[in-house]
Design a protein around this ligand. Structure first.
Ligand SMILES: C[S@@+](CC[C@H](N)C(=O)[O-])C[C@H]1O[C@@H](n2cnc3c(N)ncnc32)[C@H](O)[C@@H]1O
Length: 310
């Protein structure tokens, strides 16, 4: 189903400014070990990559969709000058406070804005641009990445970390999610589907065949609708994989540098957190072996790094 740019922008803004969004501020210390491990390992990998660029102290980093500033604060601590842009005024308050706790105020700058609009920064002003778990909300990814390229200095790097729609963990939560993963892969879906048979059959490209049955009583049986959650905002969330991230970066005239993965989990719901952590440790080791590096495409988060060459 096609979505309108203004509707998406309005809904994204609405969603990220609701009262309960402050829960995101606590994600990194979540009592759910699985969530905490996931966001922290993703963040750590992104920071490791930034450090590998060997930039001098005071280099400028822009974080697109900086949320409550968890990554920004870590980068400030490491000596970078950090700017953050986010659509959520509530989370920006947390981000400012988090950075203020570690460095003086002249070393960071946060602004409220939408990635579907021109970025409020000068041309060629940053050494690095990062975006962690935000591009799924962007309506026009080519516009957004072209803007990121504009504000990057020549030779500057961009790091994208996005949930990987072909990660192995996504497929093994439940039978519905297994089927949904298959449909993502086979039908090359662009937007996230609910893990409910009704959504998988009607909202995907398979809707050409099954869409006409959407309102029949069979398609509305609890068995078919289980997994559909009612939301107050109808957001479309774009799906990304390594191939898609590479493609959008290439379209925006970036040159690929490297790929990595974060959190190799075998099931996102598995009660045995220790098992997931061991699997993660194992994959982190073997993906360091050059000819096994391609296995990073099984991780929950796809991380890609590219460069502005001219
Ligand atoms: C999943 S959170 C990730 C936050 C942060 N990057 C992190 O890793 O902790 C997504 C963030 O992107 C922001 N966001 C979503 N869509 C946006 C948009 N179109 N423009 C700017 N920020 C956006 C949200 O407000 C939220 O803070």
């Amino acid at each position: 189903m096609a979505i309108d740019r203004d509707v998406q922008m309005e809904n994204v803004k609405g969603w990220w400014n609701t009262e309960n969004i402050l829960a995101w501020d606590k994600h990194y210390d979540s009592s759910d070990q699985h969530v905490a491990y996931y966001v922290n390992s993703r963040q750590q990998k992104v920071i490791n990559h930034v450090q590998k660029f060997n930039l001098p102290q005071g280099s400028r980093v822009l974080e697109l969709g900086c949320g409550a500033g968890h990554t920004a604060a870590k980068l400030c601590e490491l000596g970078y000058k950090v700017s953050g842009l986010d659509v959520s005024e509530k989370l920006l308050v947390c981000a400012k406070q988090r950075c203020k706790n570690v460095v003086s105020e002249d070393l960071f700058d946060f602004r409220c804005g939408n990635l579907d609009e021109r970025l409020p920064y000068e041309d060629e002003s940053f050494d690095v641009v990062i975006a962690v778990g935000v591009l799924q909300y962007v309506y026009d990814i080519n516009f957004c990445l072209t803007e990121a390229r504009r504000v990057l200095k020549k030779g500057g790097r961009i790091l994208l970390a996005q949930r990987n729609c072909s990660g192995m963990g996504l497929a093994f939560n439940s039978f519905r999610e297994f089927i949904r993963s298959g449909v993502y892969f086979i039908c090359y879906e662009e937007n996230e589907l609910f893990p409910a048979f009704k959504s998988i059959l009607c909202d995907s490209r398979l809707g050409i065949i099954f869409g006409r049955f959407r309102n029949t009583s069979f398609f509305n049986l609890p068995f078919m609708t289980k997994g559909i959650t009612k939301k107050s905002y109808t957001l479309k969330k774009r799906l990304y994989s390594y191939m898609r991230l590479r493609k959008v970066l290439k379209n925006a005239l970036f040159q690929m540098v490297s790929c990595d993965g974060a959190y190799y989990c075998i099931s996102e719901k598995v009660n045995n957190f220790t098992l997931n952590r061991n699997v993660d440790g194992f994959f982190n080791k073997i993906t360091k072996v050059s000819f096994l590096g391609f296995l990073c495409c099984l991780a929950k988060t796809a991380i890609v790094c590219a460069q502005k060459k001219d």
